[in-house]
Design a protein around this ligand. Structure first.
Ligand code: GAP
Length: 452
């Protein structure tokens, strides 16, 4: 399957539109349409349930996007959240040096090379510019990915603020607040879902890498010594969560990092087999006590935890689980999209887990003239409990096809028997089999079919 197919599918069915389209768009911004926003809401609900609500001793947070700029000094983002940028002198296009090398060979790992080594490798191997095919580049410049803006009326260095490039720092700076107000003990977790912003040099591949995206991040605060056990647990937790959402196990793989970030002791991605190959979907990182130690150093506030049982004081270690909601939505769409050959036909069918499907149920009168009144009555009733759609236009076969394409797991058809016998026909998206269900049993039937 090609990415182009997914992009067109999303645009045609109301999942994702190009951002600001009537003005010619704004590169690498995307707007979620009526179905896309339902899908994302369902993903976030599932994540929150697993990582906050039913996760031992875990608490939610919704921190501000703007943070004191000292946060980004402490976190290391001001000094080292950079990409190696290289320009083609001939066609003036801009590229990431590490991506040029990765696209050319598997034999070297750019993450392990200095900027000078990367330039030498690119020149020695005459790696062509992806745009014009020449090999005539500038030196590498390290380019900071944080978006800057200024607050207040005076634009000077003191007014500079950053749009957060990750949500995690919100958890770190609120570590003491949450611990105190929840009267909790280590190990405990803090998680949040929120927007992050990165001035990516080479965004692309649809919503895979964008300049604005939503992260779902959870930080587990634990004692040194227990960190590696929790690290393994959170790797498994992410993996099982994906399987539970219906992702095909063949399409995911673990990838342990060879080169670790300055703060990390262990790091691993779950990669998904996107149309352009296996790429990072979800990161699990053992961040040690780096973040809290740095915040202690920069804020001059003690980040020490006092163990009430042993009286011991220490700065906790952190195990981070981090995934982009948009990237996960893209993986789920790629995974669920099918073009199925039928006897005399083909159908597009989006085999999303029913819990994730934008509409849970479609209510379809068999013949508009005779059955629409009863169907509308049922629609009004069901829409109080389930995101539902009512459709009376076109043949029943065409309506089924449209619901298959947008992933609606159940289609309820209202026919003569609804009036006479108090029953409806419920059709299953995946098997296309139909069942007769009594009107009074419909809600229970749907609930059973859509649970996670
Ligand atoms: N707090 C750790 C952190 O931010 P990361 O690997 O840079 O780690 C975590 O990002 C996740 O956020 C990624 O695995 C990916 O799912 C998502 N993500 C990162 N950059 C993104 C971008 N430019 N566009 C969309 N999603 C992105």
């Amino acid at each position: 399957m090609k990415m182009e197919q997914i992009v067109n599918f999303c645009k045609n069915y109301g999942f994702i539109f190009p951002g600001s389209e009537i003005y010619g768009g704004l590169a690498n911004t995307w707007d979620y349409g009526p179905l896309g926003v339902e899908l994302k809401n369902n993903i976030k609900k599932a994540w929150w349930q697993k990582f906050i609500t039913e996760n031992d001793n875990s608490y939610g947070l919704d921190a501000a996007i703007f943070m004191n700029p000292e946060v980004w000094k402490a976190s290391g983002h001001i000094s080292s959240f950079t990409d190696p940028l290289i320009d083609c002198k001939d066609c003036k296009t801009r590229h990431r040096a590490d991506h040029l090398i990765e696209g050319f060979t598997d034999e070297v790992i750019p993450d392990k090379m200095t900027d000078e080594e990367m330039v030498k490798y690119i020149t020695d191997n005459k790696i062509p510019c992806p745009n014009c095919g020449k090999c005539n580049y500038t030196d590498i410049r390290e380019f900071n990915l944080m978006f800057e803006t200024s607050r207040g009326v005076v634009k000077d260095s003191t007014s500079k603020v950053y749009l957060r490039p990750e949500t995690a720092q919100g958890e770190f700076v609120n570590f003491l607040n949450v611990q105190r107000t929840m009267r909790t003990k280590i190990p405990f977790g803090i998680g949040q879902i929120g927007k992050a912003f990165r001035n990516e040099i080479t965004p692309g591949n649809f919503t895979f890498r964008t300049i604005e995206f939503e992260q779902m991040e959870h930080q587990l605060f634990c004692k040194e010594g227990s960190d590696s056990t929790f690290y393994k647990e959170y790797k498994e937790k992410a993996w099982n969560f994906l399987l539970n959402l219906g992702i095909n196990e063949k399409n995911i793989q673990f990838h342990d990092h060879d080169k670790l970030s300055h703060y990390a002791k262990e790091a691993c991605d779950i990669e998904y087999n996107f149309p352009f190959g296996f790429s990072e979907l979800w990161g699990t990182h053992n961040r040690t006590n780096y973040d809290l130690s740095r915040h202690q150093e920069y804020s001059k506030k003690s980040m020490e935890y006092l163990d009430p049982e042993t009286g011991e004081k220490y700065i906790p270690y952190v195990i981070e689980s981090s995934v982009g909601c948009d990237r996960l939505a893209l993986a789920l769409l790629c995974d669920a999209y099918n073009e199925e050959k039928l006897e005399n036909d083909t159908r597009e069918v989006l085999k999303l887990h029913p819990y994730l499907a934008p509409y849970k149920v479609a209510i379809l009168p068999l013949v508009k003239k005779y059955h629409s009144e009863k169907a509308k009555e049922l629609y009004k009733k069901l829409t109080k409990h389930f995101v539902s759609i009512y459709d009376e236009t076109g043949s029943i076969g065409k309506r089924y096809r449209r619901e298959d394409a947008i992933g609606t797991p159940l289609c309820i058809t209202i026919d003569d028997n609804t009036e006479k016998e108090g029953t409806v026909t419920i059709r299953d998206r995946d098997t296309m089999k139909q069942e007769i269900v009594k009107l009074e049993d419909i809600e229970e039937y749907i609930n059973k079919r859509i649970s996670l």
